[in-house]
Design a protein around this ligand. Structure first.
Ligand code: GLN
Length: 282
């Protein structure tokens, strides 16, 4: 069996899930883990694969056919020009979150105080901020010890120091008694009624703990927790940055205002959707 044969197999078996171009890039990613570069794939197109190589391709293909995202199959995802380990206890980092990180780095690049990421998951926000805002001290909280383990691995892999805290961001006093200049969060914000519109591979494979609010009657539960945390732990001139549910921009901004963060801005993502809220006291 040659690379060409395996490629054909990928195209056939994944055709109902992905477009041809997407399958091609999934195939290249899987091949990359065997040491193939895009050029060497072309050069060795007709070469016979070893048994180990065939096993790797077909094990991955089997998981991909089941709908498992390629990032979980490979155990890694790219984010902000860095690589992060991922597994089913953390969300796959999204491009929108890269936008949030990019904004904070551009606006707060000189911060030499404390930053905290509430609900860190894979650690992608905290770690990319620590990497690019070298003078800041970064902490990160998560309720899931499995997620904290992944995030710790990612901090090590990317050579940054993060103060990891295991705890519930909804308990504003439990995890820390420090003050922070920047509070950042991409908390669970999807309502249960939105499940119908979600891609089956997200629903089936990504952790519901990281995606969904507890009840649709209280869709801002985590933002209220962030506001309460900020009342206690945000420095006078500190800034809150959150990723939000696109349908709840005004409600989220108004809620922060009602908790004393009178200067509140709704920011759109690259797709033109209300995706971020930035809030300060004045
Ligand atoms: N943006 C993610 C999604 O659409 C949700 C992330 C979150 O809940 N924080 O699946």
């Amino acid at each position: 069996m040659t690379i060409r044969d395996v490629k054909i197999e990928f195209q056939q078996k994944l055709a109902t899930l992905y477009g041809a171009k997407e399958i091609q890039s999934i195939f290249s990613l899987v091949a990359e883990d065997l040491g193939f570069t895009p050029t060497s794939l072309v050069i060795h197109n007709e070469d016979e694969l070893t048994e180990t190589q065939q096993i790797h391709f077909f094990d991955c293909l089997k998981r991909l056919v089941s709908g498992e995202p390629v990032q979980y199959v490979r155990g890694k995802a790219d984010f902000y020009d860095m690589q992060f380990c991922v597994n089913s206890s953390v969300l796959i980092p999204r491009p929108e979150t890269e936008e949030l990180v990019d904004r904070i780095i551009n606006e707060q690049g000189n911060c030499n105080g404390n930053i905290i990421d509430l609900g860190t998951g894979s650690g992608c926000i905290a770690i990319s901020l620590a990497k690019h805002i070298r003078s800041a001290k970064v902490s990160a909280v998560d309720i899931s010890s499995a997620a904290i383990n992944v995030a710790k691995q990612n901090a090590e892999k990317n050579n940054v120091h993060i103060n990891f805290l295991l705890g519930d961001m909804q308990d504003s006093q439990c995890v820390t008694d420090e003050e922070y200049d920047i509070i950042v969060s991409n908390p669970p914000y999807v309502c249960n009624y939105e499940k119908q519109e979600m891609r089956p591979n997200v629903l089936q494979f990504e952790p519901h703990l990281a995606l969904f609010v507890d009840t649709d009657e209280n869709p801002l539960q985590f933002y209220i927790a962030i506001a309460k945390f900020a009342q206690l732990h945000l420095t006078e001139k500190g800034v809150i940055y959150c990723e939000i549910n696109e349908t709840l921009g005004n409600e989220t901004a108004q809620m922060f205002q009602s908790y004393g963060f009178s200067n509140t801005q709704i920011i759109k993502d690259l797709f033109g959707k209300d995706r971020f809220v930035k809030a300060t006291r004045s």
